[in-house]
Design a protein around this ligand. Structure first.
Ligand code: 6MZ
Length: 372
């Protein structure tokens, strides 16, 4: 039975901007997949990291490979995507940007194009069933696969960007951060940016990526995933922080999608990048020692725009309500501050202004009297 606090976090309307499809598969859906493919001899302990457990990041990436064995046909992808969308909706998520790497599987005849079409079909099916959630799709580039695959992925995403009625809206760069270098992916990412696709890039997820981050920040991306080792106190550098938070850039000279906040001294402080922070993922994947040491504390206290996300709710056995609760209890946020955090996330979605306005209205309708 939920206690009162759990109910508050579940009922809090939320925006999820960093969710990998195959990392988000729940225990129940894994159960169905295991029943479909008993010959694989896969057990639950191979697809999720339970409470109190931790793995190296490398071991986390082995878990994704196991899940990929279970999810290898159009039928599987459709089931996984519809289940994941409905689970986010049941957790109070009102707007979701799902990301996934298109795969081809010769054994089942799956192609990358069909992969994307199937995710879109699942989104449309949930819409038809009036599930209370707006879902968009970011096509993911797995950095392990190199420059040519990255370029092909962008070309495919461009096609769907034009033909999916606003459902495909951006590109995610993810995959094992210890493999490959962003310089090889630069032209594909630049092409995506020039086509109007939004970019969310995993940056500085591990300590050795300083130069790569420096290079990719110049594109620039629209949002940063993790950014764990950007901050000097996490082993990053002030130079990187300065790039992320660019002060006093005259509005007229920038052409990025930015928001601005007036400072007390009347100067404009311009935010160019928004960061997606995934606490449980970072702690369970051991890139961050414990919740209290999470880089949330630096960015939040600087006033830098951040969004709380799950990353892989299935693999890390969490949900977005738990992530908000963890942030609040670890860093002493009041319920009003939590509400504000979830509301501000609307500004950082990739969908157009009209969608932002609809979501803002939804938040206003749901806002408890005491926060008004
Ligand atoms: C980097 C990650 C990730 O694309 O098959 N992925 N990439 N860092 C992370 N932090 C833990 N978590 C997930 O979902 C699984 C894929 O998402 C990326 C990896 O490429 C993984 O194979 P999809 O739906």
């Amino acid at each position: 039975m939920d206690n009162e606090a759990d109910t508050f976090y579940r009922e809090l309307p939320k925006v999820e901007l960093h969710a990998h499809l195959n990392g988000s598969v729940s225990f129940q859906t894994i159960e169905k997949l295991i029943r479909r493919k008993p010959q694989l001899n896969i057990e639950h302990s191979m697809t999720a990291i339970g409470k109190g457990q931790r793995r190296t990041l490398d071991e986390c990436f082995q878990v994704f490979k196991v899940i990929h064995q279970l999810v290898d046909s159009e039928e599987d992808i459709f089931m996984v995507a519809t289940d994941v969308i409905k689970e986010f909706a049941a957790d109070g998520v009102k707007y979701l940007e799902l990301r996934s790497t298109p795969r081809e599987e010769t054994a089942t005849g799956l192609t990358k194009r069909r992969y994307i079409e199937t995710v879109i079909k699942a989104i449309q099916q949930c819409k038809k069933e009036r599930v209370d959630i707006d879902v968009r799709f970011l096509v993911a580039i797995d950095r392990r696969n190199g420059s040519q695959v990255a370029m092909e992925t962008v070309q495919l995403a461009e096609e769907f960007f034009l033909s999916s009625d606003g459902l495909v809206i951006g590109i995610d760069l993810s995959g094992d951060p210890t493999v490959g270098h962003g310089r090889d992916l630069l032209s594909a990412l630049q092409r995506a940016k020039n086509s109007g696709l939004k970019l969310s890039l995993h940056l500085s997820e591990v300590p050795s990526q300083h130069d790569e981050t420096d290079l990719l920040l110049d594109i620039p991306p629209d949002r940063i995933g993790h950014g764990t080792f950007l901050h000097p106190e996490m082993g990053g550098s002030q130079g990187l922080v300065d790039k992320v938070v660019q002060k006093n850039i005259p509005l007229g000279r920038t052409y990025f999608n930015i928001s601005s906040l007036p400072l007390d001294n009347g100067q404009l402080f311009l935010w160019i990048f928004f960061s997606e922070l995934c606490l449980t993922s970072n702690v369970k994947g051991q890139t961050v020692q414990c919740y209290a040491e999470h880089h949330f504390k630096y960015w939040y206290h600087m006033g830098h725009p951040i969004v709380i996300c799950t990353d892989d709710k299935g693999v890390f056995a969490t949900d977005l309500s738990q992530e908000y609760k963890m942030v609040a209890t670890t860093f002493g946020l009041s319920r009003e501050a939590v509400w504000k955090l979830s509301q501000q996330a609307i500004d950082y979605i990739f969908a157009p202004v009209s969608v932002k306005e609809q979501l803002k209205q939804k938040w206003r309708n749901l806002q408890p009297q005491e926060f008004k």
